[in-house]
Design a protein around this ligand. Structure first.
Ligand SMILES: C[S@@+](CC[C@H](N)C(=O)[O-])C[C@H]1O[C@@H](n2cnc3c(N)ncnc32)[C@H](O)[C@@H]1O
Ligand SMILES: [Mg+2]
Length: 288
């Protein structure tokens, strides 16, 4: 009960602060953006209607029973995949307390920071970026509540703008984002440009399969009400093979793929070979 009222208090604080003017952190990030260069700027990944959907529910990011419940429930499973693939690639001990110590990681489309925070707790130096300013404010407020996450750099910006700034990272994460961007192939080129040579890129999304239509859209949005109706458009999904090909064209090789499978009896997700609905890919950048 005490934990629940603490949770409500945190949410109230977050809502109150959201009503105030832009946070200093967000302004700092905006002021870092360079001027527009028409010949070098990659195509924008922004889709206004997609951003509006996330802006409308931004206050619920840390409500583990709210619209982002599926991501909260999936989080330990996707973190297990990320931890094991990154540790193998960067030759880290997966059993150590902070196996990602010293690695620079960017979480593109970080939302409220539900992936950024555990990555920081594993020792990574994390930058979280999202195109929705309200998400960044929530992420910053929540991360500031714990000293192990308060050093995460949150910015309201896009992958392509980070590329313009010449930023690079050991590992680039884009989980559940590619199905919401304007041009997935250009987005992958930006992710590639953000990854150092021989660095890692991790992408998760939903397969454009009939099973995904039945489960991730019809069941999740219309029958079970897990996600707001209209969250996903089936035609924007990529098949695993399409993702492999556009990453390859961007200079990134997919080395491992896994599916996330939901068990309705336990209410848990687990890693599986079944990539017919939700899947995650670990890829490495070619040595440029
Ligand atoms: C489904 S959420 C995923 C959040 C987070 N990656 C996770 O898995 O926990 C998608 C996020 O991507 C953001 N987003 C959508 N299009 C974007 C773009 N072009 N650039 C950056 N962020 C974007 C949305 O605002 C939203 O927070
Ligand atoms: Mg999605």
């Amino acid at each position: 009960m005490a934990a629940f009222s603490n949770h409500l208090r945190n949410l109230n604080t977050i809502q109150r602060i959201l009503l105030q003017s832009s946070s200093n952190a967000t302004q700092r990030c905006f002021s870092k953006l360079p001027h527009h260069h028409p010949h070098t700027t990659p195509k924008s990944s922004l889709k206004d209607n997609e951003l509006a959907k996330f802006a409308a529910i931004s206050e619920t990011w840390w409500d583990s029973e709210g619209p982002f419940k599926p991501l909260h429930v999936m989080n330990p499973t996707r973190l297990a995949f990320i931890r094991s693939t990154l540790c193998r690639h960067f030759k880290r001990d997966p059993n150590s307390v902070r196996p990602l110590e010293g690695l620079k990681i960017v979480d593109v489309g970080c939302g409220g920071g539900i992936l950024s925070e555990p990555l920081a707790r594993m020792g990574a130096t994390v930058t979280g970026v999202d195109a929705v300013e309200k998400n960044i404010k929530i992420a910053q407020l929540h991360a500031d509540m714990d000293p192990t996450t308060s050093n995460i750099e949150f910015c309201c910006t896009t992958a392509e703008k980070l590329v313009e700034q010449g930023r690079q990272f050991d590992a680039v994460m884009a989980l559940e984002v590619i199905e919401h961007v304007a041009e997935p192939a250009d987005f992958c080129k930006s992710l590639s440009a953000l990854t150092i040579p021989e660095g890692a890129t991790v992408i998760s999304t939903i397969n454009r399969s009939m099973r995904a239509f039945a489960t991730a859209i019809v069941a999740a949005e219309y029958i079970l009400g897990w996600l707001p109706k209209g969250t996903h458009q089936w035609t924007t999904f990529l098949t695993p093979m399409e993702l492999v090909l556009i990453l390859q064209q961007a200079g990134i090789n997919v080395e491992e793929m896994a599916g996330f499978v939901y068990n309705p009896l336990t209410g848990r997700w687990s890693l599986s070979d079944d990539i017919s609905v939700n899947f995650i890919a670990f890829a490495t950048k070619n040595n440029a």
